[in-house]
Design a protein around this ligand. Sequence first.
Ligand code: TGC
Ligand code: FAD
Length: 392
Amino acid sequence: MANELTGAPDYFNIDDLLTEEHLLIRQTMRDFVKREISPYIEQWAQDAHFPSEIVKKFGDVGAFGPTIPTEYGGGGLDYISYGIIMQEIERGDSGMRSTASVQGSLVMYPIYKYGSEEQRKKYLPKLASGEWLGCFGLTEPDFGSNPGGMVTNIKDQGDHYLLNGSKLWISNSPECQVAVVWAKNEEGRIQGVIVERGMEGFSTPEIHNKWSLRASCTGELVFDNVKIPKENILPNVSGLRGPLGCLDSARYGISWGAIGAAIDCYESARKYSLERIQFDKPIGAFQLTQKKLAEMLTEITKAQLLTWRLGTLMNEGKATTQQISMAKRNNVDMALHIAREARQIHGGMGITGEYPIMRHMMNLESVITYEGTHDIHLLITGADITGISAFK
Ligand code: TGC
Ligand code: FAD
């Protein structure tokens, strides 16, 4: 039932669907997370500390831009490999996975997909190696679920642009060297802009007092007449499809990542249920505990099958935005539900940092909101079913 090497459930022999390379990547990431994240994560989260040294380590292990071609420093891997990497990192912590998925899917991906050859060569190798950390600025104080309403703007000044506005809730922003920012031009069309730390008028204030993703740094991006060289505009995209295309890739990674958090909660609950004695029996002997564990394993298995199939569609270039949206919504909701049930099984101990449960649960409250809220994803599926958009 459990994979002997990774200790993760494999109830439907899904490992048989993976290649030797996939299994090797998973083992490498599992070892990395056990060595570099798991021993320290509770303290980082309790202290609201972002371990900036992890950025270089992620670069070294190949966690940044796994699907980007090797000539730009990426891993040149397929989408199942990418999913496996996100799963194993999020088994450690969703905030750590955020750091990696923003870098890969939301910073490297748009530069690779929409950037010029010069931009690819300038930024991608440094981002892949972890020399630079990047962030992605789409959300604004007044435009979250509705990014098309954004007011951040660029104005053509002849030999450069002037960037004004602000972005809110931006993962990695306080530590970033480079930001991919979405702004409207004078015709109201959305364009991608590469902003570098040190540009005059650009600042990245940190958001404090989060109860969620405490080991990930989150902040604002503030642009006060920032002079943007013309070569920093992403030339090959305009319109909302630019940022939304990046979200497809990131939401796909989250659909795998959430399974990692769910596995960690399930495994902790399973072990605890066999060790904890009440009424002279392990609590795992009680039917209601078994029901919880049985439902957890069933939901994890369904999510594993969903993401594996989605990964094959991604590899074939056939996955739709709506399919990715469904997987993100289902798997994050599944993981949050499992975290809550696992917390019950741990009783009072479940609220302490002795176990990973409460941290995963609090993290997942962000994951179910970012990259499109649960309800926005329900509406994406609703629009696909009926042909009627219920957003506006
Ligand atoms: P709508 O009219 O549907 O579409 C506007 C234009 O975009 C095109 N399009 C896409 N293109 C490529 N890929 C996709 N996935 C696309 N989806 C839509 C569409 O064809 C259209 O193109 P054009 O050329 O005709 O203009 O847009 P809408 O304004 O009705 O909004 C749709 C909606 C609500 C689904 C969308 O805006 C949405 O997804 N909202 C949620 C916002 C969101 O997810 N924000 C995420 C911010 S980043 C983040 O959270 C990072 S956290 C990372 C971490 O820490 O891990
Ligand atoms: P709102 O859009 O104000 O939504 C509030 C509520 O209203 C939600 O329940 C929503 O579902 C509901 N709602 C809104 N519109 C509708 C509708 N049409 N129909 C029904 N219900 C609706 N953004 C970035 O750009 N880059 C990042 O790196 C990034 N990182 C983040 C990190 C964290 C920790 C968090 C919490 C957020 C991050 N975000 C980032 C922002 C995130 O994408 C937004 O929070 C999210 O898209 C929701 O926007 P909002 O918070 O403004 O909520």
